[in-house]
Design a protein around this ligand. Structure first.
Ligand code: ZN
Length: 249
């Protein structure tokens, strides 16, 4: 199968060398790859994408992923003629392209609705407890948690629900939590034309709770404090709001 001259049967981006070579300290590269996965480090702020990422349309991507996932299930020994399993490859393919990884496509990026700051509200605005559902790019299992997003207006205000939508857009990708935090912060800085933006994410990684160390209690907190939020008093004010119990209605 060919995708612009690259066979889908060969590893992408030159990972072939890494998989078969040996790293430093006598570790096999297979071991190193496991360690990178468990370290959950982010290598880049931009999601690493192929230059031809959007040459195929969504329908073609779904067809290709379906065929490959059918293959994976078959290799695992599952009987694809079984009624319960037969539709799974297509379900998974549609879920990848149309739902959980749809944030890879810039066409799905939310258009921010901005308003003039007519109320002359010059304090921080905090949108807290935004649901985060993203996917670990090392293990392709969910990361589930909450984001708290704050900004101080430089003259523009954003529709509140757009804050949730921006968090959701960058979440719908294979991710590492550090990169997700920075991508949300960078987008808000750009849209709101201010450095005074903070993002805090507290999330549970299912690759930590359901495999590997099997720790169901630990969660991971990441934070980005830009502009005035780097100042101790502003940061403390934000942390106070975030730690307050949420209103119930
Ligand atoms: Zn992971």
């Amino acid at each position: 199968m060919k995708l612009n001259g690259t066979s889908l049967n060969t590893p992408l981006n030159g990972t072939d060398t890494i998989q078969h070579g040996y790293g430093q300290n006598g570790h096999s590269t297979a071991q190193l790859i496991d360690e990178i996965g468990d370290a959950h480090g982010a290598a880049s702020i931009d999601t690493p994408m192929r230059p031809d990422a959007f040459d195929l349309d969504d329908a073609t991507k779904i067809d290709l992923i379906e065929a490959h996932f059918r293959e994976i299930m078959g290799i695992l020994g599952l009987d694809l003629t079984d009624d319960s399993l037969n539709g799974s490859p297509r379900r998974v393919a549609k879920m990848y392209v149309q739902e959980i990884f749809k944030g890879l496509n810039p066409a799905n990026k939310p258009e921010p609705t901005l308003f003039d700051n007519k109320f002359r509200y010059n304090e921080m605005l905090v949108e807290k407890d935004i649901t985060v559902q993203t996917y670990c790019e090392h293990h392709f299992v969910p990361i589930i948690g909450r984001a708290h997003v704050a900004y101080i207006s430089s003259g523009k205000v954003i529709g509140l629900s757009k804050l949730n939508r921006i968090v959701d857009y960058f979440s719908k990708r294979p991710q590492v939590q550090e990169r997700l935090t920075v991508q949300i912060a960078d987008e808000l800085k750009k849209v709101l034309e201010t450095e005074d933006v903070a993002v805090i994410i507290d999330a549970k990684h299912l690759c930590v709770s359901t495999r590997g160390v099997h720790d169901v209690n630990s969660s991971t907190i990441t934070a980005s404090y830009g502009g005035k939020f780097a100042e101790e008093s502003t940061r403390q004010e934000l942390l106070r709001y975030v730690s307050q119990a949420s209103v119930t209605i």
